[in-house]
Design a protein around this ligand. Structure first.
Ligand SMILES: *Cc1c(COP(=O)(O)O)cnc(C)c1O
Length: 487
């Protein structure tokens, strides 16, 4: 079996998983994939008798073969010891007849913590092998920035710089980032919107002068967003964990199929589930749940991916996205790893904003993937109804996945819960019928509805000192990045 990674757009690329994690994205614009993935076979009975950390080791050693046993065990222990409020990291809670997999008990109360606690560890080991340091540049619309700051804070050999749009993140997200401690972190508000920040970060990655300057200081400029292999593989683990729960609770027998419903934006989370199924997890169907930006619902229904449409701002902002980057990896596997064909589709996407897959590929996708979308009005209804019927409060993203799970007949079904309702207190409270303009008052009022208290790291934000006050122009971004590069 070939142990190395190639690009979705070029099968002559052949690099180790460590290098793939350091590079983030392939020079040809493609994403790193491992052709041997569907030859892996994970022993389910072993999974059902192991702890979360042991299962993470079993799965990561299959996916990242060039890391040593000692390196992986060290990474996993650093990432998941005392960082998640739940002892089993990603607990399952039955809500109605749906099994809700709670992924939000990490340090920043969003599911991105599961991957962003581990990625810095994996990156650090890879840097040591390459004798380098790294500077992570991240543009964020809110959630990723905080999870990345928290994950990379005080990690040796790595610095991080986060850019968010000034006055365009929620009160809680602003506080989460502006109060971030750590000797290796910098946070800037940008005059502009998220796209301005993201485009400039992409330009900086390609800036020859800046890269040469970084190289002189043995520093690699890289990113922590969800196209990095190192963000994807930690997410495979909790699909197996939820299966372990269902077997050990006697809901299913070992080997029986389950289905999953996943609130989706960039297609990273649901793709990790598909990876789990390629590695032997018995899955009947994955439901891709979208908000009003329903590019993926249309794609799975028709075979045409078309981003030429209005961008809609919703109450599930982490799913407001029109280019679901990780879909490219699904197409790679569904096309029988036809990298020339994927390159054609992606060239078409960048030139015309759309592409249409072959009838054969569409049929294969539809056999494994269902879809559905939920707009803001319905999202609020679902939050209210679920609370009335079960006394459980869902966040807007989670409510979308839950709603799509309810609408479909497949059972048992696991629905992924991606954020704490407290992270979106105002909108959730409004869905429950209470309007409160002050975010902190809203958080306090919400505790009367939720079974769990507000996570300490959110509740204490109001009192924390603001450490990052700089508001800069897009042009100044290069200057501040340069200042953060050192020997
Ligand atoms: C990022 C995010 C999502 C979407 O996940 P993808 O991997 O981008 O599909 C859903 N919910 C929340 C709360 C998120 O932060």
């Amino acid at each position: 079996m070939n142990k190395n990674y190639e690009s979705t757009r070029d099968n002559s690329i052949n690099i180790t998983s460590k290098q793939a994690i350091l590079n983030g994205i392939s020079d040809d614009g493609g994403l790193y994939v491992w052709p041997g993935l569907d030859e892996v076979s994970i022993d389910l009975s072993q999974i059902c008798s192991q702890t979360y950390q042991e299962n993470a080791f079993t799965i990561l050693s299959a996916l990242l073969p060039d890391y040593t046993e000692e390196e992986l065990k060290d990474c996993i222990s650093n990432a998941y010891t005392n960082t998640f409020a739940a002892a089993d990291v990603t607990p399952v809670r039955k809500v109605g007849d749906v099994y809700v997999l709670e992924l939000f008990h990490g340090p920043t109360s969003a599911f991105k913590d599961v991957a962003l606690t581990l990625l810095p560890q994996l990156m650090q080991k890879a840097l040591r092998s390459a004798n380098q340091k790294a500077l992570i540049l991240t543009a964020t619309s809110g959630d990723t920035g905080k999870a990345a700051l928290s994950g990379f804070k005080d990690v040796d050999d790595i610095d991080i710089c986060v850019f968010y749009p000034h006055n365009k993140v929620s009160a809680i997200q602003y506080r989460q980032m502006a109060t971030q401690e750590g000797k290796n972190v910098k946070v800037y508000a940008i005059e502009g919107n998220f796209d301005d920040a993201q485009s400039q970060v992409k330009k900086l990655f390609l800036d020859e002068e800046l890269n040469a300057y970084a190289k002189e200081h043995a520093t690699l400029l890289t990113s922590a967003n969800s196209i990095n292999v190192g963000r994807l593989v930690p997410q495979v683990v909790y699909y197996f964990e939820s299966y372990k729960y269902l077997v050990n609770q006697g809901v299913i027998q070992l080997g029986e199929e389950v289905s999953f419903s996943v609130p989706t934006g960039n297609f990273g989370d649901v793709l990790a589930g598909y990876y789990a199924s390629l590695m032997g997890l018995p899955v009947k169907k994955f439901y891709v749940a979208s908000n009003a930006n329903k590019v993926l619902t249309d794609f799975i229904s028709t075979g045409t991916y078309d981003r030429n449409r209005e961008f809609i701002q919703t109450i599930s902002p982490s799913m407001d996205i029109l280019i679901s980057s990780n879909l490219e990896r699904l197409l790679y596997y569904m096309s029988g790893k036809d990298t020339a064909l994927i390159k054609e589709y992606m060239d078409s996407l960048s030139k015309t904003g759309k592409y249409t897959v072959s009838a054969e590929i569409l049929e294969k996708i539809q056999a494994k993937f269902g879809c559905g979308y939920v707009d803001d009005t319905k999202t609020k209804q679902v939050i209210k109804e679920t609370y009335d019927e079960t006394k459980i409060v869902l966040d807007p993203h989670t409510a979308i996945g839950y709603s799509v799970a309810k609408e479909n007949v497949e059972r048992p079904i696991v629905s992924l819960a991606t954020a704490s309702p407290y992270k979106f207190s105002q909108d959730v409270l409004a869905a429950l019928g209470v309007e409160e303009k002050d975010e902190w008052k809203a958080m306090k009022l919400l505790t009367e509805y939720c079974q769990d208290p507000a996570p300490v790291q959110l509740a204490c934000l109001e009192e924390k000192e603001i450490l990052h006050k700089d508001v800069i122009s897009v042009e100044q971004m290069k200057v501040v990045v340069k200042e953060q590069i050192h020997d």
